[in-house]
Every structure is written in structure tokens, then in C-alpha cells.
Design a protein around this ligand. Structure first.
Ligand code: GLV
Length: 320
């Protein structure tokens, strides 16, 4: 008898076919999000799960899933999974690092350019038939070329964002818990600075740190107050890293010129004040969402699940 697994959300058909070669699969191609109770009910008799970042995996859920051996998240971020609780319950947890770095860096650049050059706002203007002709001062934006890009979080994605800045002749500064080695800094044309210097010098600050209790509101009111007046903030890592209420205040006061946001506190019910701000570009947590990359993420999660339940050694084990 094949092990029973649950795939909590819609995935690609060929990934589902691959899973069916190994498992008795309960799928959710209708893509209805499961609340905690529904997830617990559906997972109670399963040996494995393919989860997404909206599925909370904690001690309470695990206590009702005695057969569960592996939870494979279709995401690089895993703040939805309590790793300590998984380890205690003997459940392997995995994520999907590596396959989404370039797509996420590309999208970060889409946010940088569209925010600085007011692409979304001007698109809305044209569509609303408000365009009456050419004006010298129409939709004046901020130059990206030759500006200073500040990168908070210099992991795989932050470094790829840095490399893309070379074509824009930017000064690239970064901050992380540790400086990168000299060869990496050279290949990214980026210099390590303190958090305060990063905030003070960046014309555009882009955030690429994972969410954890230690990174909660790492960019809050005190940090926003240290940013260069007129700077732009870009955020495509994880809701909660930025204090959204403080960001709203910094945008309202004019301290910041704009923001490009793909992630929020309390998704999808983001802070409603963002909706009224023309200088903010809002996207629905899609930074990794190219067809090829979302497929690669789903397939990597499936391969992790197959490896976890056959060899016990999934390639992206988070709690060895
Ligand atoms: C997306 O947000 C991810 O963590 O992969």
C-alpha cells in the first residue's frame, strides 16, 4: 500500500502525476484554502504533506497527525512551520531554496523600476482617459541609474538583486548579520556597511531577509526615521519584517517618496491605508511567480517528499 499524502493547494498536473507514482494522493486542485481545522482533519491519517506558506504547521496540528513523517513546503520561507514542534514530533520539514532566486530578484527589479518611475500610477492615468497631452513635468519620478541601492539581507536573492544593479551603474551597499567574503562582494560590486549607514545612504532600500522572531519589524519606525528623506522602500521578502503601520506613517509624512511591496503583515488583508496611496506599488506576493519557477518549486517540494518518505534524506531538510 502506498503512503497517504495531502497536497494542500493546487499544483501542476505533472507534479501531481509524479507524486501519484509514489503515494496515495489527496489533492486540492479546487484550490480552496484550508483553515486550521480543515487542515487538521485532512492531514490526520497522512504520512506526508506538501504545504504552502499559508498553511500553519505547529504543535497543535501535529498532535492530531500521529502518522506524519514529512512536511514539504512549496516555498523557500518556512516561518509557517514550527521546526521545533516538527523535530519533537519526528516530522521532517523541507523548503525549496535556490530555484526561485533569479525570478525573485527579477521581480524586485520590477518593483524598483515601477515605483521609482511611477509606471503603475501613469498606466492608471492613461487607462482612465485622463491623459490630455505631453507636459514637461508629467509623472516626474526618481532616477534609478547612478543611485545608491541599499540591500538589507545579502543571501542568495539579495546578491542577485545586487548583480542586476550593475547595468544601472549604481552604488550598491548591503547589510547582513555577517559581511560576505571579498570575492562575493567583488562579483556583486557591493560594499558592506552598518545598518545605520545603509539606512542613511540608500536612495532605494530593498529588503531580503527571512521572517523569524529575530527579524520581526527589523524595519520599523526607528529605522524608517533614519532613512534618507525621499528614499524608496522595496519589500519582497516576508510580511512582518517591515512594520507596515510605521511604513504607512513614513509614506504619509513624505519622509519616503514611495514603496514597492509584494508582501504584507496579515496577508491578504493588508493595511488598507496602502490602497489609497498612489506612490505605492502593490502586488500580491508573486515575486517568485514565473511559470517555470513556480513549477520548479512545486517539483522540488515533491522530490523532497519522495526522498523523505523513501530514503529519509530529503535534499532540503530543515531540521536534521
Ligand atoms: C515565497 O514567499 C517563498 O518563501 O518561497
Amino acid at each position: 500500500m502506498k503512503p497517504k499524502i495531502l497536497v494542500t493547494r493546487e499544483i501542476f498536473d505533472d507534479v501531481l502525476d509524479y507524486l501519484r507514482q509514489h503515494f496515495d494522493v489527496a489533492d486540492n486542485q479546487a484550490d480552496t484554502p484550508m483553515d486550521a481545522g480543515t487542515l487538521a482533519k485532512n492531514l490526520a491519517d497522512k504520512t506526508g504533506a506538501m504545504t504552502t506558506l499559508v498553511d500553519r504547521v505547529d504543535a497543535q496540528l501535529l498532535s492530531g497527525c500521529p502518522k506524519l513523517k514529512a512536511v514539504c513546503n512549496i516555498a523557500v520561507g518556512f516561518n509557517n512551520i514550527d521546526l521545533g514542534a516538527c523535530s519533537k514530533a519526528g516530522v521532517m520539514a523541507t523548503n525549496t531554496p535556490g530555484v526561485l532566486d533569479d525570478s525573485t530578484a527579477d521581480f524586485t527589479w520590477a518593483l524598483i523600476l515601477s515605483t521609482a518611475r511611477r509606471v503603475v500610477e501613469s498606466d492608471a492615468h492613461v487607462r482612465a482617459r485622463q491623459w490630455k497631452g505631453w507636459y514637461l513635468k508629467q509623472f516626474l519620478g526618481a532616477d534609478v541609474h547612478h543611485a545608491t541601492l541599499g540591500i538589507l539581507g545579502f543571501g542568495r536573492i539579495g546578491r542577485r538583486v545586487a548583480r542586476r544593479a550593475m547595468g544601472f551603474d549604481m552604488t550598491v551597499l548591503y547589510h547582513d548579520t555577517q559581511p560576505a567574503d571579498a570575492a562575493t562582494e567583488r562579483s556583486c560590486n557591493a560594499a558592506y556597511v552598518s545598518m545605520d549607514e545603509l539606512l542613511a545612504r540608500a536612495d532605494i532600500l530593498t529588503i531580503h531577509v527571512p521572517y523569524a522572531p529575530s527579524t520581526h519589524h527589523v524595519v520599523g519606525a526607528p529605522e524608517l526615521a533614519k532613512m534618507k528623506p525621499g528614499a524608496i522602500l522595496i519589500h519582497a521578502s516576508r510580511g512582518g519584517v517591515v512594520d507596515d503601520a510605521a511604513l504607512v506613517a513614513a509614506l504619509k509624512s513624505g519622509r519616503l517618496a514611495g514603496a514597492g511591496l509584494d508582501v504584507y503583515e496579515n496577508e491578504p488583508a493588508l493595511n488598507p491605508e496602502f490602497l489609497a496611496m498612489k506612490n505605492v506599488v502593490l502586488t500580491p506576493h508573486i515575486a517568485s511567480s514565473s511559470e517555470a519557477t513556480r513549477h520548479a518549486m512545486a517539483m522540488l517540494a515533491a522530490q523532497n517528499l519522495v526522498a523523505a518518505l523513501t530514503t529519509g534524506r530529503p535534499p532540503n531538510l530543515l531540521n536534521p
